[in-house]
Write a protein that binds this ligand. Sequence first.
Ligand code: 5GP
Ligand code: 5GP
Length: 240
Amino acid sequence: MKTNCSILFKLLLIQCLAILCVSQDFDFFYFVQQWPGSYCDTKQSCCYPKTGKPAEDFSIHGLWPNYNDGSYPQNCDPDSTFDRSEVSDLIRTMEEDWPTLACPSGDGLKFWGHEWNKHGTCSESMLDQHAYFQKALDLKKKANLLQVLKSAGIRPGDGKFYSLASIKEAIEEGVGNSAYVQCNVDPSGNSQLYQVYLCVDTSASNFIKCPVLPRGRLCGSKIEFPSFGPSRSHEEHGEL
Ligand code: 5GP
Ligand code: 5GP
């Protein structure tokens, strides 16, 4: 009887530990890309990074671990700080594909550090710092969002308005999975394509159907896709 009880106790303990461990984990990622034209085309404006004006392309905002119920973990490990030397081979690509547009102008380290501390540390059981940034860069290439939209005739700066359905349909067709599209508002009050959320499995390798959609800025019925075209030289490096 005593042995039975102790086995039962051990099993119970293992189960409790397993539940505790699982609750530390996460269910999927949101891979979030921003349209620089819309980040900058607001009342708040933006600043180009010290490395120069980014290309007219979607750029990475972040790779965010999430739970299926819509909640999410954040700042999971205060002891794990962003270390540039761990991603030194990725910096050139991060400057291109993950530029910072916040003011004042920065070199990206603060933005990447923020994303690592807030989100990256919550998927550390799956991806170390190098793998986390590498995966995000790979996912951007894999999604190829701008090309996907262009192939569906949705082009930045063409002065047209698009429906949310047409944008979502183009992404579903081109990427193979549905996306959550977030809008912001330009200084004249028009709704514009701001961020695209794609859902990704816990290995950060494959796009999946979103288990739950984020809460956030909805889009108007007519959506602009503003340009982020070639800059005038006096605008470069400075506040717009
Ligand atoms: P999050 O919204 O991901 O929690 O925080 C983003 C933080 O990174 C904010 O403090 C924001 O000012 C900063 N940041 C720096 N560059 C960028 C950028 O290009 N896009 C966005 N969304 N945030 C940026
Ligand atoms: P916002 O309130 O501007 O939509 O989001 C601010 C910041 O909170 C984001 O940049 C991101 O860091 C975090 N955040 C907002 N919504 C979500 C979400 O649904 N999942 C996760 N993981 N983070 C989110």
